[in-house]
Design a binder for this molecule. Structure first.
Ligand code: DOR
Ligand code: ZN
Length: 345
């Protein structure tokens, strides 16, 4: 196959940041995706509908001329999120999900949830309102091995949460392990997961190839090869429970390349193209369209897109860096080639 025309996809997990950083990155997503679920982990976080509405306007103001791209907003769940806040979110029509970060789990997760069970009333209200809960699925106990944190979260937090709230719709974000694949496959109706390009294309060796590689550091951290294979096999099987969510998470070069560098991989510049590589690697290109354009829309109860995008099998070189406000941004595959190219229409 040398050309692939598919329904325009959506990105069901994206970090766009704010200000000059937002302006630097949003065009990459708008060139590929019709819509994106926009993560609320700004600093301070987006915890109310007025804040989400204002953030949405800032995103729209940064779009390149002529771009049609719809930001689907989320609220950041905290210990003090009220039922009234959830009701306002639903009534706005702009907010499609509520993001649960265990406190301290990742970038700007300091204001996250300290005790998931304590919020059971709020989860019950979300289920009634039909708001999707988007979950960063890692325990934060520093005594738990970093490669085990996702599996531990399933056993101690996510599994019980899903049982306690049988009607709550849950997206287990950026899954990275065979345990997560198995959990999502076997879970009740209304449970799904997103998968990033980096977790499909790279294993944890990438972090240490010839030296420490901060641009491959994200959370959840890259896992062993057997886990990566399990993700690929899940997508090759075509279950509607798995869909595209890049977790593209830009950080300035200076914030990545230091003694304690930030977590996050930037992939928006080549996201769909990288997924095409991953699907091709297992002979599953015919499955790409549903993963990228159908499963997520169906899960969120939104219409599927009607227009299309075209990819051609023609290698191109990713720049070594992009401008990023006063700093620069090092993208995934910087200075290397990507096998598929998006045809601009
Ligand atoms: O690597 C990550 N970066 N994981 C997250 O969960 C957050 C993200 C960010 O916002 O930078
Ligand atoms: Zn994320």
């Amino acid at each position: 196959m040398s050309a692939l025309r598919i329904t325009r996809p959506d990105d069901w997990h994206l970090h766009l940041r704010d200000g000059a950083a937002l302006a630097a990155v949003v065009g990459f997503s708008a060139a590929r995706f019709a819509r994106a679920i926009v993560m609320p982990n700004l600093n301070p976080p987006v915890t109310s509908t007025p804040q989400a509405r204002a953030y949405r306007e800032r995103i729209r103001a940064c779009l390149p001329a002529g771009a049609r791209f719809e930001p689907l907003m989320t609220l950041y769940l905290t210990d003090s999120t009220t039922a009234a806040e959830l009701e306002a979110a639903k009534a706005s029509g702009l907010i499609h999900g509520i993001k649960l970060y265990p406190a301290g789990a990742t970038t700007h997760a300091e204001a996250g949830v300290t005790d998931v069970r304590a919020l059971d009333e709020r989860f019950a209200r979300m289920a009634e309102l039909g708001l999707v809960l988007e979950v960063h699925g890692e325990v934060t106990d520093p005594a738990v091995d970093i490669f085990e944190r996702e599996a531990r979260f399933i056993d101690t937090v996510l599994g019980p949460l899903i049982e306690r709230h049988p009607r709550l719709r849950v997206v287990f974000e950026h899954i990275t392990t065979a345990a997560a694949v198995q959990f999502v496959r076997g879970a009740r109706e209304g449970v799904a997961a997103t998968v990033t390009p980096q977790h499909l294309l790279l294993n944890r060796n990438a972090l240490f190839a010839g030296g420490i590689r901060p641009h491959y550091y994200c959370l959840p951290v890259l896992k062993a090869e057997r886990e990566r294979r399990a993700l690929l096999e899940a997508l090759a099987a075509g279950s509607p429970r798995f869909f595209l969510g890049t977790d593209s998470a830009p950080h300035a070069r200076g914030d990545k390349e230091r003694a304690c560098g930030c977590a996050g991989v930037f992939s928006a510049h080549a996201a769909l193209e990288l997924y095409a590589e991953a699907f091709e690697s297992i002979g599953a290109l015919p499955r790409l369209e549903a993963f990228a354009a159908f499963h997520g829309a169906d899960f969120y109860g939104l219409p599927r897109n009607r227009d299309a995008v075209t990819l051609v099998r023609e290698p191109w070189s990713v720049p070594a860096q992009f401008p990023y406000g006063a700093d620069t941004l090092v993208p995934l595959r910087a200075g290397e080639s990507v096998a598929w190219r998006l045809v601009s229409e």
